[in-house]
Write a protein that binds this ligand. Structure first.
Ligand SMILES: Nc1ncnc2c1ncn2[C@@H]1O[C@H](COP(=O)(O)OP(=O)(O)OP(=O)(O)O)[C@@H](O)[C@H]1O
Ligand SMILES: [Mg+2]
Length: 278
């Protein structure tokens, strides 16, 4: 279990997170949503142990601050929002970085299996820099996966902390990655990921955390949070939430922004009436 108590983060002179309380349970998928600059990445960096913080973060009963770097690396894999590589690594070499930073260096077979998982079989000898943006993103995900391949190790859950893992992926590969994450969670692992795609979050997440202005504005099941009034307020734009007749799945659409045939006469975004219908 991941427990966050009164979490505060300042970066430079800026107070970015203002006191967050939340709990994530292994075996479930958490989607962190919220507008640009609301603190999603900072929250993910804090729970990853990558940024100084005040308050308490507990990972399966242990204080995060007390874990040594190698203990942290054995328990959680982190996909940052942007990953750059300065050297001409091959795909296999990039994925291998995950093996060596975790505790599974003795399992080189995982490289091929992780590449297969993200539909990059046959790419291991290719140069990372010569791949497309979406392919590079999938290589990075494979790197994180090999670090914490088994969702449970020595009876303890492992965690995937992913910042916009599918932002540059086509729809088929988005679904493929979501299946990987669901299998990981079903196997007992924990997943906390930042998503901008609200429909994907509604479809995949067990719980949604809605960030706004450095605070957790709302959290709960997708139908409650994505169907709730807080959503339009957080994003500052009109959003209509509804449910599909077939299976009651929640979906959202931007609502009443303008008539596309008369875009030049569009009303300004401000002054709208937020709508949330469910
Ligand atoms: N190194 C830094 N120094 C000072 N302020 C920072 C720093 N990094 C981020 N911030 C500020 O913290 C706030 C939250 O940033 P964060 O990256 O967590 O947002 P986000 O929700 O992930 O946004 P996005 O959707 O654009 O990725 C922003 O106002 C940002 O300007
Ligand atoms: Mg971010």
């Amino acid at each position: 279990m991941l427990t966050i108590n009164d979490l505060k983060v300042s970066l430079g002179r800026t107070s970015v997170l203002h006191g967050i309380d939340a709990t994530a349970v292994a075996g479930r998928i958490i989607a962190v949503i919220g507008p640009n600059g609301s603190g999603k990445t900072t929250l993910l960096r804090a729970i990853s142990g990558d940024v100084p913080y005040q308050g308490r973060i507990g990972l399966d009963g242990v204080d995060l601050a007390a874990l040594k770097p190698w203990e942290l690396a054995a328990r959680r894999g982190v996909l940052p929002q942007a990953a750059t590589l300065a050297f001409p690594f091959t795909v296999a070499e990039v994925v291998r970085l995950g093996l060596t930073s975790g505790t599974q260096a003795a399992r080189p077979d995982l490289i091929a299996r992780a590449l297969e998982e993200v539909d990059l079989t046959g790419f291991s000898g290719r140069y990372y820099q010569e791949l497309s943006g979406g392919q590079q993103a999938r290589v990075q995900l494979a790197r994180v996966r090999v670090q914490v391949w088994d969702p449970v190790q020595n009876g303890r859950a492992r965690w995937l902390f992913l910042d916009e893992p599918v932002a540059s992926l086509d729809i088929a590969h988005q679904i493929g990655v979501m299946r990987v994450l669901r299998r990981f969670a079903d196997g007992g692992g924990g997943v906390v990921m930042v998503l901008h795609d609200l429909n994907l979050a509604a479809m995949v997440a067990d719980d949604v955390w809605l960030m706004h202005d450095g605070q957790l504005l709302d959290n709960g099941p997708p139908a409650t949070v994505i169907g709730g009034a807080g959503l339009a307020a957080a994003y500052g734009c009109p959003i209509r939430a509804n449910q599909l007749p077939a299976d009651s799945a929640t979906f959202v659409l931007p609502h009443g922004l303008w008539d596309t045939r008369k875009a030049d006469e569009a009303a300004p975004v401000s002054g709208f009436q937020a709508t949330s219908v469910i």
